[in-house]
Design a protein around this ligand. Structure first.
Ligand SMILES: C[S@@+](CC[C@H](N)C(=O)[O-])C[C@H]1O[C@@H](n2cnc3c(N)ncnc32)[C@H](O)[C@@H]1O
Length: 244
């Protein structure tokens, strides 16, 4: 990048004025696209879900905000480190992997490094639009092992064959945004599509907090009722891991 008295010039010729650099610096909650000398916040209103999705800057890898909720841990941890912790709970990542909630694709991209195939599902076209504009999500669109499906995981998972995945990454939004993804009926479907000997990561939230503690008790019970032989708390990943 070249710095001039007028601003900055990117290697591709795009220019950014000092005034726009100031605006970007002041914004705590938005990332921007620079196009033909203008800046545009990476933010969309999703007609399908009536929610605003945006790319949230952090000190490291960006996160996504949906209806004001961050889709990754960002306090004292970078979304990429958060992703590594999530995926490590069900290592080794082998065979076909189901990723129930694509988001920015970080879990899908990490899993694709060793999996045979990753099938990832996203409900919200707005979230997908944000991922398209995020440089850290690009493998989602061009990694040959990643298959993206747009739809509601609650419906899509019921169409998969029995025992067709070795690992499941279940990383839903908070309970208040996606309660059905924490339901016994959905857990029965996840159990059905998981191979015997398979493992499932399930993000819940800080298990030591009051609200997530309460949610986790219900989750543990419903997972056991769905048939999982063992469910283990993994507080370091804000999650539980279920074994079939
Ligand atoms: C916590 S984020 C997933 C983060 C992702 N694992 C990553 O690494 O970036 C949850 C995502 O699930 C999506 N979502 C919400 N409800 C869904 C549903 N019923 N089916 C599929 N995706 C859903 C949201 O739009 C959001 O993008």
């Amino acid at each position: 990048m070249t710095i001039t008295p007028q601003g900055a010039i990117f290697p591709n010729g795009e220019q950014l004025t000092w005034q726009n650099i100031e605006k970007i610096k002041k914004s705590q909650v938005n990332c921007f696209v620079v196009e033909q000398g203008t800046i545009k916040a990476i933010q969309v209103f999703s007609e399908q879900t009536n929610r605003v999705c945006s790319l949230l800057p952090t000190k490291g890898t960006p996160s996504m905000l949906i209806a004001g909720f961050t889709m990754h841990r960002i306090v004292d941890i970078d979304p990429l480190q958060d992703t590594l912790k999530k995926v490590a709970t069900i290592s080794p990542i082998v065979g076909r992997v189901l990723d129930t909630a694509t988001g920015l694709g970080y879990t899908a991209i990490e899993a694709a490094k060793t999996a045979e195939q990753v099938v990832t599902i996203e409900l919200d076209p707005g979230a997908q639009q944000i991922a398209r504009l995020n440089p850290w999500s690009q493998a989602l669109f061009d990694h040959p092992k990643i298959q993206q499906i747009m739809g509601d995981a609650f419906e899509v998972v019921s169409t998969f064959e029995d025992e067709s995945f070795s690992r499941i990454l279940h990383d839903p939004p908070v309970f208040s945004l996606a309660g059905e993804l924490y339901s016994g009926v959905f857990y029965q479907q996840l159990f059905r599509v998981l191979k015997r000997g398979g493992r499932m990561f399930h993000y819940i939230g800080d298990l030591n907090s009051k609200s997530s503690g309460t949610i986790s008790r219900g989750v543990l019970r419903r997972l056991q009722e769905a048939g999982f032989s063992r469910v283990v708390r993994r507080p370091e990943a804000f999650a539980v891991v279920a074994y079939k």
